[in-house]
Design a binder for this molecule. Structure first.
Ligand code: NAP
Length: 254
């Protein structure tokens, strides 16, 4: 009989969470740190939120450090990730969570907005993966998790451009998973449904009601719901899971 490992512990692991300062990313940072990982909490503009998240992690006995870079700036992103890997001698877990939404009907969609969405949600995610994979390949261990969206799977009126970026991440996940499986790096995506964060707070009440009605579990998701799925995918126990999409959507899309 094999002795089971302690469930979902990340002691000794070094993790990066992009957009780790607020919303879903903050819950991911806190959850990975509570499991024992040292977490680099990335942010682009909100330094105060990033500091607050790191302080909360430290107050709970965890290890965290804020790191500022805009994922749309691929050179800065790759330099920051290289620096983390050099400083720590490793990078075990990279969670590409930073994302923006710009909602517009197709006929009003501006090229500039389309480009902004792709720069952050797709090119930024690729830059994170490209830089993270190097120390992971050397270590013959790695966990990459992309935060995509249910919208990338089922579409949504007014979110054509956002859906394009999030659907693209699912193809990216499968390709990178196949490319680096031989190095024991796993690559998976999470597709959250309607989660209560700053991103969804400003939506019209009618839109929130429609999303709730489309959620069989009858409640909005919480950042902690998503963070628990990330913790699983980042753990030893998920070592045979790669190229997959884990849906955390309350049944909205099955
Ligand atoms: P949020 O509350 O708006 O938080 C966004 C986070 O991303 C912040 O930490 C923000 O940091 C960071 N960020 C934004 N642009 C960045 C950039 N260019 N470079 C680095 N960091 C950047 O969003 P959320 O709701 O937590 O969403 C997190 C992820 O989940 C996104 O990818 C989103 O598309 C996805 N998602 C959300 C939902 C939902 O219902 N909320 C559903 C499905 C998928 P700063 O404050 O410093 O800019």
């Amino acid at each position: 009989m094999t002795t089971p490992l302690p469930l979902f512990r990340l002691d000794g692991r070094v993790a990066l969470v992009t957009g780790g300062s607020r919303g879903i990313g903050r819950a991911i940072s806190e959850t990975l740190a509570a499991a024992g990982a040292e977490v680099f909490v990335n942010y682009a503009r909100g330094e105060a939120a990033a500091k607050e998240t790191c302080e909360a992690i430290r107050a709970a006995g965890g290890k965290a450090e804020a790191v500022c870079f805009d994922v749309a700036d691929t050179k800065a992103t790759e330099a920051a990730i290289d620096a983390i890997a050099k400083q720590k001698g490793r990078l075990d877990i990279a969670v590409s969570n930073a994302g923006i939404s710009i909602d517009q009907l197709l006929i009003r969609l501006k090229d500039d907005d389309l480009e902004k969405l792709f720069a952050v949600n797709l090119r930024g995610a690729l830059a994170v993966a490209r830089a993270s994979i190097k120390p992971m390949m050397r270590a013959r261990f790695g966990r990459i998790v992309f935060v995509s969206s249910v919208v990338g799977e089922m579409g949504n009126p007014g979110q054509t451009a956002y859906a394009a970026t999030k659907a693209a991440l699912l193809g990216v996940t499968k390709s990178i998973a196949k490319e680096y499986a031989s190095r024991q790096v796993t690559v998976n995506a999470i597709t959250p449904g309607y989660i209560e964060t700053d991103m969804t707070a400003g939506l019209p009440e009618a839109a929130k009601k429609a999303m709730l009605e489309g959620t069989p579990l009858g409640r909005p998701g919480t950042p902690a719901d998503v963070a628990a799925a990330v913790l699983y995918l980042a753990s030893e126990q998920a070592g045979f899971v790669t190229g997959q999409t884990l849906r955390v959507n309350g049944g909205m899309y099955v």
